[in-house]
Structure formats: structure tokens, C-alpha cells
Design a protein around this ligand. Structure first.
Ligand SMILES: [Zn+2]
Ligand SMILES: [Zn+2]
Length: 190
């Protein structure tokens, strides 16, 4: 029997209570999207850090949560990358909200499901829309950890999402150029 050796191992880390269907979808989708990549859902749940809560904004600091994910990543070296998934509203200082944040390049990334839910926009869409949005944002943030920047092609998953309309418009795929860059970055991990 031959064992396939994966170059990049991604740990998907739930931060607080998170929909398990989303974690499974992200796990499947990331492994499919990035070459030579294995993906596991971490059994442990990282608590949402209380210090990340901003009372005035009634939101959580993305950067504060991301920092905790980075600490987890540095303690769990079997993972080349750790993607945290949280279900609270997150922001960075200069923006009203973000869908995610990542060190670029780096080992840690974060997405929030809060503004990906159809109900948030009063939409009557099914869970497939929600899962697809979560996958796109996950690929996007893991792409950033590999050093990828925002792509000018509006259909590429590395295109910046200013709103949920941009997320819905883009595909859950890297364009050829971004894919090559990701593949190169992954091969240099091995
Ligand atoms: Zn981005
Ligand atoms: Zn691209």
C-alpha cells in the first residue's frame, strides 16, 4: 500500500460554537482547491476570546481572534496552516466589518460566518448558498496565508469582497495565475 504524502496540512479550528456542516464543507473544499493539501477539522474548540469584544461596536476584533489562532498554530506544528472559523460579527479598525482576515504570508487565518448567512440579509436562500459563501471566504483567506494578494479578476476567489454581492459573484476557484502562485508556495513547504 502506498501512502500519499500531502505537502500542506490545514487544521480547521472552530472558535466558539460553529455549524458542523460548514466545517465539513470547508474541509472538503479546501482539500479539493489547493494542490497536495490535506485538511482536518480540529476536535478542540477554541473559546472566543472575551478580550476581543468591543462594547462600543458590539463586534469582535478580528485581529485579536486571529492572534489566538496564531498562538494555536505555533503550538500545533503538524499544521502548516490553521483556519479559524467563528460565528460572531468581526471587524478590523478601519472597516465596518470583515468576512475574514489572515497573516499574509503566515500560518493563521480566520473567517466569520456571521455575515455569510442568508438570514442576515433577509434572504430566503437555502443552506447551499451559505456553505458556498463560507467555502469562498475560506479559500480566500488560506490564499492570503500563502502570500496571494487581491486579484483584479472579479470572478477569481482572491478578488476582494467589499460586500456579500462580491462574494456571490466570484467563483469558489483560483484563477490560473493565482493557482500557480498557490501551487508554488505549497511546494516550497515540503
Ligand atoms: Zn482578502
Ligand atoms: Zn486570481
Amino acid at each position: 500500500m502506498r501512502y500519499r504524502l500531502f505537502t500542506m496540512k490545514i487544521g480547521i479550528l472552530p472558535v466558539g460554537r460553529v455549524d458542523l456542516n460548514v466545517l465539513a464543507e470547508v474541509q472538503r473544499g479546501l482539500a479539493k482547491t489547493f494542490p497536495d493539501t490535506a485538511c482536518v477539522v480540529v476536535k478542540k474548540i477554541l473559546p472566543v476570546p472575551k478580550s476581543a469584544f468591543d462594547k462600543k461596536r458590539n463586534q469582535y476584533s478580528s485581529t485579536a481572534i486571529l492572534n489566538e489562532i496564531r498562538v494555536y498554530a505555533s503550538q500545533n506544528e503538524m499544521f502548516h496552516r490553521v483556519l479559524g472559523v467563528v460565528d460572531v460579527d468581526i471587524f478590523v479598525a478601519e472597516l465596518n466589518y470583515v468576512f475574514g482576515e489572515a497573516y499574509s504570508p503566515g500560518k493563521a487565518a480566520l473567517i466569520s460566518l456571521w455575515r455569510l448567512k442568508p438570514q442576515f440579509y433577509g434572504e430566503n436562500a437555502g443552506s447551499d448558498v451559505f456553505l458556498l459563501r463560507a467555502l469562498k471566504e475560506s479559500i480566500h483567506e488560506v490564499g492570503h496565508t500563502l502570500g496571494l494578494r487581491h486579484c483584479p479578476r472579479s470572478l477569481c476567489v482572491m478578488h476582494f469582497s467589499n460586500s456579500i454581492f462580491d462574494t456571490d459573484k466570484k467563483q469558489s476557484l483560483l484563477c490560473d495565475q493565482c493557482y500557480l502562485q498557490a501551487a508554488l508556495a505549497i511546494s516550497s513547504l515540503g
